[in-house]
Design a protein around this ligand. Structure first.
Ligand code: SF4
Length: 190
């Protein structure tokens, strides 16, 4: 089957990591990966982003073809309570990250570290962030931590289970699925 341009979006995902490591401010680009799926679900009422345009999903599929055990993921991972609970937890942590950004905006000192798995603070002193306001840099550090955490979880579940097991409980996937269901429900009522 002839490949389309969007089959190569995994390269954009890789590029994001390279750019982000070179300069943490590129972490802001990750907002694209946040906004586009939501917009597509809200406007189109479908999961086209997940099925076609998600570079992370593609990358997990590619790496998983070599490194995955290909075992079925445990049933609890698919359960509604786990996916909903994980989304809620993720959003709380995202909110805390926004709060840190606001605190720096209000005058608190910038913290040059990236938090992995909500616990481990990786020192990131080499980052050149003097050209932007401290809160802009703080958001970049926080957001890169969010992206890195979800990637590490994605890679772990890729190795342990099927390549795209992350997609089973990915907060973006859960959110877009919820939006699509809501839209379909509304259309059914109309
Ligand atoms: S569930 Fe998440 S990682 Fe998987 S394809 Fe959708 S947005 Fe990408």
């Amino acid at each position: 089957m002839k490949r389309k341009w969007y089959d190569y979006l995994w390269i954009a995902e890789l590029l994001y990591w390279v750019l982000g490591v070179c300069n943490i401010l590129f972490a802001w680009l990750g907002m694209v990966f946040f906004c586009i799926p939501l917009l597509m679900a809200i406007v189109g009422g479908n999961k086209t982003y997940c099925n076609r345009f998600c570079g992370r999903g593609q990358l997990l599929g590619l790496l998983g073809s070599k490194f995955s055990r290909n075992a079925p993921p445990p049933r609890f991972l698919r359960s509604r309570w786990f996916r909903g609970g994980f989304l809620a937890f993720f959003m709380v942590m995202f909110g805390l990250m926004l709060r840190s950004t606001y605190m720096v905006f209000s005058g608190a000192p910038l913290r040059q570290s990236v938090t992995l798995l909500w616990t481990f603070k990786l020192p990131w002193q080499w980052a050149e962030v003097g050209m932007v306001a401290p809160w802009v840099a703080q958001f970049a550090f926080g957001f890169f931590g969010v992206m890195m955490t979800s990637t590490v979880l994605g890679l772990l579940t890729m190795v342990l289970f099927r390549p795209r097991s992350w997609c089973v409980y990915c907060p973006m996937g859960t959110m877009t699925q919820g939006i699509c269901k809501l839209k379909q429900g509304k259309e059914d009522i109309q």
